[in-house]
Design a protein around this ligand. Structure first.
Ligand code: DC
Length: 231
């Protein structure tokens, strides 16, 4: 049986990563944070190639490096989570060639998810901006996770404060608006909900409530599919 694919898209700090991880844990699915792949590309471009995010040749070189050396360890590096890398990432991710280079690895993961502790995964969950629209348009379930810009900026502000970074809420809000605009107005694979995605607004919901809503949607949708395909 082909393994199931769940696509989760949404803007930064919408809670999609936390949700994707929890669903993966609950259902025994493998989880891929595709934003980390783009972040790893920007990181390599800045730190190893010493280039600017607008340098297209360097961006392509960086994407090829990441495609050829991709590991779970690379994607888990805390160095991908710093602000200059995040800023460069949204620029690098707007490059069509970069996206094309990184596409197959994401599709391959969805098709053949890695084992979890030696056990076959029940499926794959990928989160990002274009999973339901471009990477896995035939995903079994698509979720679009969002929250107001102010709530998302507040979450990011608290997260950075906790890490000891000196930032202001206003700067984070301005930065978030700029990145949202770049992610949703770019020509290739812009951030938008797939027409068949279920939208979850996390602005006023606890992570626990968001998780149970998502699990309800997934169960309900899969039950519907099974019923539709029954002889
Ligand atoms: O989800 P994140 O904040 O880690 O994403 C970092 C950047 O990468 C963000 O600017 C959007 C971009 N991205 C993308 O364009 N496509 C994806 N599938 C995932 C992330």
């Amino acid at each position: 049986m082909a393994s199931l694919v769940i696509a989760i898209d949404g803007p930064a700090a919408s809670g999609k990563g936390t949700l994707a991880r929890k669903i993966a844990e609950r259902l025994g699915f493998a989880y891929l944070d595709t934003g980390a792949i783009y972040r790893a590309t920007a990181h390599y471009l800045l730190r190893e190639l010493d280039a600017d995010a607008s340098d297209e040749t360097a961006a392509i070189k960086a994407a090829e490096y990441v495609r050829d050396h991709l590991t779970a360890q690379m994607l888990a590096s805390p160095e991908l989570r710093v602000e200059d890398v995040a800023r460069a990432t949204s620029k690098v991710a707007a490059n069509a060639k970069v996206r094309e280079i990184l596409l197959d690895a994401q599709r391959e993961y969805a098709k053949t998810p890695p084992e979890i502790n030696g056990v076959m995964a029940g499926g794959a969950i990928l989160d990002g901006r274009d999973i339901g629209t471009v990477v896995c348009p035939k995903a079994d379930v698509k979720l679009y996770v969002t929250a107001s810009t102010e709530v998302r900026a507040q979450r990011r502000f608290e997260e950075m404060n906790a890490k000891g970074e000196v930032v202001t809420y206003d700067d984070i809000l301005a930065d978030m608006k700029e990145r949202d605009l770049r992610d949703s107005e770019r020509i290739v694979a812009p951030l938008k909900p797939a027409s068949d995605a279920f939208t979850i607004d996390t602005s006023n919901q606890s992570p626990k409530d968001v998780l149970s809503r998502a699990i309800d949607i997934i169960r309900g949708h899969l039950a519907e599919q099974v019923a539709k395909n029954a002889p």
